[in-house]
Design a protein around this ligand. Structure first.
Ligand code: GLN
Length: 535
């Protein structure tokens, strides 16, 4: 049977619970244990797929096509393991599954209640993560803050879970804040004490406390938390603010968090192998060059809306010892007549147009894409960014001035991006996009082939619209190369331009497969070309 670590959060959100959970998983993996991760989100949406990126940040997509919270991106980047449908559980998923069971008569005769029906369903999802992954240790993060009404039933399920499997199979890590007060000039433990009390009120005594603080705690502060929280001093792990998040696992390792966990589980405390990670930190801290990349998007007011893209750009930069400075360009602003593109992109060595939905800001993206094509600036288009490139090419190179996507203009006379027949019948918005891994065959001799060095790849998707194949010949004749195609449905996956130093765009999301120590080939070559761009 798997062992289970639960990571809860107290005091306030934004303390880095996701990074704490990922760091613990990474440290356990570095000791040779097979780990799996899971996130519980206490909202009523079935998944974040229908939520605004401006409110909720990026939607991360797993290989098997689950639309998930962006924390799963951190998990995959830290532990370098593919997660799946069992990795992101929401209240919406739990409730709808219980109600579905009730409707088909599974509980015949019973009154359906939060306890035990909802709590059983939650516990089943935890057990399922252990059994289906075959992991030695499952790390489950609970979203929100202890005491929230939304997460109450999840906490109750964890209390029951501990009772069922015992302390030797389950462990609670609680992350809290230890603020510093100017004036009295001291660190304050009361918020931490109160949040431990709140957790106990729900029947859970934490085993480890992770304290986020701007300074070292010092012995006196630790002793106080230990006394009031009933936590051994050595189980108080300091998460002091860091400039570079990759430092956190190493800081935790120095405080032996993984050994404390393994001992409680009765598992062997083996030697850690953190070489790759330590090298990564060295690289990140010694970047000696810097380039600016313009990211032209419609959700630029929230950087988290592009979290994986940002991380993928940074990772590719590490390979070339280069710090990537992202210039966030709101595509809507490019639409105003007074905006001067030359001015906006004057320091940008490359332009990236990432994913997005809906017609707002589209014309600005088309302008940016045209600017990159005409001025021979390296361009990387991702999903919507590929559709933009196709529309731009159709309008300005092929002379189809009314070319557009069916998404932006339903009656468009020249939908170079269109809905496929199977999507036309779909009414429900949730979970019905083309999601997850699909195959892509790459033509030899293309830029894509040079990047991937393979004739067949697997990439993650999240979109509804596609390149319209009836324009294939026309565009190919004008210099647009289709370098990647999905063999099953004959869908265009990658396009690139002749007569341009580096112009490539893909219908999938390569950013989800990038890792800090292993940049994705498309980001790698885009950053390389941008560094080489002398303009
Ligand atoms: N809106 C486009 C589509 O649905 C692109 C989606 C995306 O960029 N993820 O096809």
């Amino acid at each position: 049977m798997a062992k289970y670590v639960f990571v809860t959060g107290g005091v306030c959100s934004g303390l880095g619970k996701g990074i704490t959970a990922s760091s613990i998983a990474l440290l356990l993996k570095s000791k040779g244990y097979k780990v799996f991760m899971q996130k519980f989100d206490p909202y009523m949406n079935v998944d974040p797929g229908t939520m605004s990126p401006i409110q909720h940040g990026e939607v991360f997509v797993t290989a098997d096509g689950c639309e998930t919270d962006l924390d799963l991106g951190h998990y995959e980047r830290f532990i370098d393991e593919e997660l799946n449908y069992t990795s992101n559980i929401t209240n919406g998923k739990i409730y709808s599954s219980v109600i579905d069971k009730e409707r088909v008569g599974d509980f015949l005769g019973a009154t359906i209640q939060i306890v035990p029906h909802i709590s059983n369903e939650i516990k089943n999802k935890i057990y399922e993560a252990g059994t289906s992954s075959g992991a030695d240790i499952v790390i489950t993060e609970i979203g929100g803050t202890v005491g929230d009404i939304e997460s109450a039933v999840m906490m109750e399920s964890l209390r029951q879970f501990r009772l069922e499997v015992g302390r030797e199979n389950s462990l609670f890590v609680h992350t809290t804040l230890v603020p510093y007060l100017f004036g009295s000039n001291e660190l304050k433990t009361k918020p931490t004490q109160n949040s431990i009390i709140e957790l106990r009120r729900l029947g859970i005594q934490p085993d480890i406390i992770v304290t986020r603080a701007p300074l070292d705690l010092g012995e006196a502060v630790k002793k106080k938390i230990s006394l009031f929280g009933s936590i051994p001093v050595e189980n108080i792990i300091e998460a002091k603010d860091v400039a570079n998040i990759y430092q956190i696992p190493i800081n935790f390792h120095k405080q032996h968090i993984e050994d404390i966990i393994l001992k409680q589980f009765g598992l062997k405390v083996t030697k850690s192998n953190l070489d790759t990670w330590e090298n990564l930190i060295k690289t990140v801290e010694n970047l000696d060059k810097e380039i600016e990349i313009a990211l032209v998007g419609k959700y630029t007011e929230l950087e988290d809306a592009y979290l994986s893209v940002k991380e993928a750009l940074k990772a590719a930069g590490y390979k070339y010892n280069t710090k990537i400075k992202i210039k966030w360009v709101n595509s809507e602003e490019l639409e105003c007549k007074t905006s001067n593109l030359k001015d906006v992109f004057k320091n940008s060595k490359g332009i990236i147009v990432p994913g997005g939905f809906g017609s707002r800001g589209i014309e600005g993206m088309i302008k940016a894409c045209e600017y990159a094509r005409v001025n021979k600036i390296p361009y990387l288009g991702i999903c919507l960014g590929m559709q933009i490139a196709v529309i731009e090419f159709a309008r300005h190179v092929c002379g189809i001035s009314d070319a557009s996507s069916r998404e932006f203009d339903e009656l468009c006379p020249n939908p170079v991006i269109d809905l496929m027949a199977d999507q036309k019948a779909i009414i429900n918005k949730g979970g019905t996009l083309r999601l997850g891994n699909y195959r892509c065959q790459i033509t030899k001799g293309t830029l894509a082939y040079k990047d991937y060095k393979s004739e067949e790849i697997l990439e993650r998707h999240r979109h509804r619209y596609e390149f319209n194949n009836s324009y294939k010949d026309l565009m190919s004749n004008k210099g647009l190369t289709i370098s990647g195609v999905n063999p099953e449905a004959n869908l265009v996956e990658i396009i690139e331009l002749e007569n341009h130093p580096h112009f490539i765009a893909c219908q999938f999301h390569p950013e989800f497969k990038s890792r800090p120590t292993r940049p994705h080939p498309l980001f790698d070559s885009f950053i390389k070309a941008s560094i080489e761009n002398k303009k």
